[in-house]
Design a protein around this ligand. Structure first.
Ligand code: 1HE
Length: 268
């Protein structure tokens, strides 16, 4: 399938592991993986077609020392865009990141170095974020004389709360390390710079879930968060009705009933 053919991309490197697990890497480390028009279009293409191409989980990464420096400021400066041109740029970013968040394919992001501006917007469209002690988050837009346009007002506010997001963009505040995890910018921190390995371990685990279950987790939760409580409860019952009776789940339920399935235990 062409969607997963790395040669058909310029800014993404795509490689398959076992189990339908794919590594998707931003491959322009010399520009700190800044997001230009081509990268955004390629993210849309990949994440629009991933599920139908048999992708069960994605490890999202950035090559080099930094995950992503956000909007390609040089391209933006050179293009000297009109307001409606940039509005359409933003709409393409939203298309890409909404495909990620709502597409039903689990995305685990391995984050190192700078995760800033649009890089944080990209990371926040993943479902799980893993960082190193040196990973840092910021929204430098305020200092650059611009504003966000790739969903930070929505997803970063969601992760850390409206006023922390406002502080980040207003003052350029940087969060890193355990504090970033405590605030909700990431769910995992590794001790030794092993974010890629940890993300791989998680993605591998996630790829073993049933695809329909992952679809519900990585699509329905986000949709339901946009609904009223009553509508969300109704939608949850509907999705639960389909997912919780899927034939593929019977084997796993039977294994539990027969006491051959693993039990949930505390961490050792
Ligand atoms: C870039 C970009 C970029 C690096 N666009 N080219 N984002 C920012 O404001 C972050 C801007 N970047 C930085 O602060 C730093 O580059 C980093 C902290 C990420 C990395 O620092 P460092 O010292 O490793 O690299 P560098 O020397 O600054 O950059 C290396 C090269 O990458 C250099 O290009 P070169 O041709 O001179 O070698 C830089 O120009 C290039 N580069 N970052 C373009 N962002 C939809 S709205 C979204 C709003 C935003 O995302 S605003 C952007 C916020």
């Amino acid at each position: 399938n062409d969607v997963v053919n790395s040669d058909s991309y310029e800014r993404l490197t795509i490689s398959e592991r076992d189990n339908g697990l794919y590594v998707v890497s931003l491959n322009r480390p010399e520009k700190r993986n800044a997001l230009d028009v081509v990268t955004i279009e390629e993210l849309i293409r990949f994440f629009s077609g991933a599920r139908m191409a048999g992708v069960r989980a994605v490890l999202l990464a950035g090559e080099g020392d930094h995950f992503c420096a956000g909007l390609d400021l040089v391209e933006h400066w050179k293009a000297d865009r009109s307001p409606d041109d940039f509005m359409h740029v933003c709409l393409r970013w939203h298309e890409a990141f909404n495909k990620m968040e709502y597409g039903g394919v689990p995305i685990i992001a391995a984050l190192q170095g700078a995760v800033v501006g649009g890089g944080l917007e990209l990371a926040s469209a993943a479902h799980v974020r893993v960082i190193d002690p040196g990973t840092y988050f910021a929204l430098p837009e305020g200092q650059r004389g611009i504003f966000t346009g790739g969903g930070a007002t929505i997803r970063v506010s969601d992760m850390i709360g409206k006023y922390r997001m406002i502080d980040m963009i207003l003052t350029g505040r940087v969060y890193q390390g355990q504090e970033a995890v405590d605030l909700g910018l990431a769910q995992y921190i590794t001790e030794d710079g092993g974010s890629f390995a940890k993300a791989m371990e998680l993605a591998d685990k996630v790829a073993q879930n049933l695809p329909l279950t992952n679809f519900a987790i990585c699509s329905a939760v986000s949709h339901m968060n946009n609904m009223s409580g009553m509508d969300a409860a109704y939608a949850e019952a509907f999705v639960g009705g389909i997912v919780n009776t899927q034939p593929a789940a019977r084997e796993r339920l039977e294994a539990f009933a027969n006491k051959t399935a693993a039990r949930v235990r505390p961490n050792s």
